[in-house]
Write a new protein. Structure first.
Length: 92
């Protein structure tokens, strides 16, 4: 290896580690923000991105459970997000 490359390798490795650490910390912060949200907030933010949301009284408790599982895949929701949204919708 050329001497210049040998000197730059530790800097490149350090930059990669810093970038990964930053990415992980930002991801964790976002995760905490989502955990703090209610089912109503998650429903409004996620469901209205793609379509008008039906009234919570439009479907039975069992139907909301099924819809929640289907929409979890389509909207890329976590299990916790899905559970919060379905629990909110089943209140009515």
């Amino acid at each position: 290896m050329k001497p210049i490359l040998k000197r730059k390798m530790p800097l490149v490795a350090f930059a990669v580690v810093v970038a990964l650490a930053t990415s992980i910390m930002v991801s964790c912060a976002e995760s905490q923000k989502v955990k703090a949200k209610t089912g109503a907030q998650l429903w409004a933010e996620n469901c209205q991105r793609c379509h008008n949301t039906p009234s919570p009284a439009s479907f039975s408790h069992d139907q909301w459970t099924t819809i929640g599982m289907h929409m979890q895949t389509r909207a890329q929701l976590t299990d916790e997000e899905r559970d919060k949204i379905v629990a909110f919708l089943r209140q009515f």
